[in-house]
Design a protein around this ligand. Structure first.
Ligand SMILES: Cc1ncc(COP(=O)(O)O)c(C=O)c1O
Length: 364
């Protein structure tokens, strides 16, 4: 028997989430962001559920190769463009659209020999200061690209630093509008948070990632229920041992949890080597047979402890949901677990360990 842990990817939920985002940004086309192996869900695994998207946005040429090999014929956008001039050959061969954010990328394009001119997304650094041309350099970059025979259409793109929080998008929108106002070409600005919170950012193409996978981009201000999103990844395991504690007994490495009274605890086959966050403190929520309880003490490599004191019916073999949906239908949002551990749903999804078997379900 393998260890009882597995992750379940709910393709019905993914399709539903895509529908929610398409409905919210009804006039925009949707790039489904599938970088980082579809945020840990597995690109090939999720592709079918994303058929309704207008394109896939990702980072690595190897991921672009994979989606083409899996039969994806619609547009594919490289969010950071090419890392080397030779990558342009692959763009031509696979028909990839690519972001241009440096002079070196324009230079490489100008020397590239291609039958089919490329569609490019020129990136403006409107204030995040990660990728993109500074506002005073943007228009000349645009003019140079427009003049290249290797380039077909030039679209405009920027990325928000604060779409999920109180600072918002207005300052970056102002820069973007000023710089691109009279330039021809389609526009793409919105990540999940901007798509859901700032309709004025929708433009021609939206680029949701995290919301597709059922994590709220602005948790805890809003949870997935508020946005009508469903968890896509569920991490499930079982209780493999039970211990009865007396007052004063401790749990796990470092004895960080001390029982104040007699209690029953369960030991779950899930640890940080499975991708569960080691920094999740005592009290991190977990579901046992769909009922909420809490973790106790430090997470170890292969196991963690949970409180069964209020769950007398639970014991070895009881079903544990670390995040996502339990088989009873109860939901423990990945965002809640992430928050308890001082991180984000993004990190937990992407950190699902290769040793965890993954199954898919078509869901409800
Ligand atoms: C350029 C770009 N667009 C879109 C996204 C999707 O963002 P999110 O997952 O927050 O929706 C990302 C992710 O970081 C990104 O880097």
């Amino acid at each position: 028997m393998p260890r009882p842990i597995h992750a379940l990817i709910d393709l019905h939920a993914l399709r539903q989430n895509l529908g929610v985002l398409q409905h919210t940004a009804a006039h925009a086309r949707v790039w489904a962001v599938v970088k980082a192996d579809a945020y840990g869900h597995g690109i090939e695994r999720v592709l079918e559920a994303l058929r309704g998207a207008d394109g896939l946005a990702l980072l690595d040429l190897s991921e672009a190769e994979r989606v083409r090999a899996a039969g994806w014929r619609a547009p594919v956008l490289l969010l950071e463009g090419v890392f080397d001039a030779r990558d342009l050959e692959t763009c031509s061969r696979l028909g990839l659209w690519h972001t241009v954010h440096t002079e070196a990328q324009i230079e490489a394009l100008s020397k590239h020999k291609t039958q089919e001119p490329h569609r490019v997304f020129l990136k403006l650094n409107s204030g995040m200061n990660r990728l993109g041309f500074a506002p005073h350099r943007y228009r000349s970059a645009w003019a140079r690209l427009q003049a290249l025979s290797q380039v077909d259409e030039v679209s405009h793109m920027t990325h928000f630093s604060d779409a999920d929080g109180p600072k918002g998008v207005a300052h970056q929108m102002r820069v973007f509008d000023e710089v691109t106002r009279d330039l021809a070409g389609e526009r793409s600005l919105a990540n999940s948070a901007a798509l859901l919170r700032h309709p004025e950012t929708h433009a021609d193409w939206v680029r949701p990632g995290i919301a597709l996978y059922g994590s709220s981009p602005d948790f805890p201000e809003h949870d997935i229920g508020h946005w009508g999103l469903q968890p896509v990844m569920s991490l499930r395991s079982q209780v493999i041992a039970v211990q009865d504690l007396q007052a004063g007994d401790t749990v796990g490495y470092g004895s960080t949890f001390v029982a104040e009274r007699a209690m029953r605890i369960g030991v779950v086959a899930c640890g940080y080597a499975d991708g569960y966050p080691r920094h999740a403190p005592t009290g991190t929520p977990v579901l046992v047979d769909g009922v909420r309880t809490r973790t106790l003490g430090r997470v170890s490599m292969d196991m963690l402890a949970i409180d069964l004191s209020a769950l007398p019916q639970a014991g070895a073999g009881s079903a544990v949901t670390l995040w996502g949906r339990a088989s009873t239908g109860e939901v423990l949002a990945i965002d809640e677990v992430a928050k308890a551990a001082g991180t984000l749903g993004y990190e937990l999804m992407c950190a699902l360990a290769p040793r965890v078997p993954v199954h898919t379900t078509a869901g409800a």
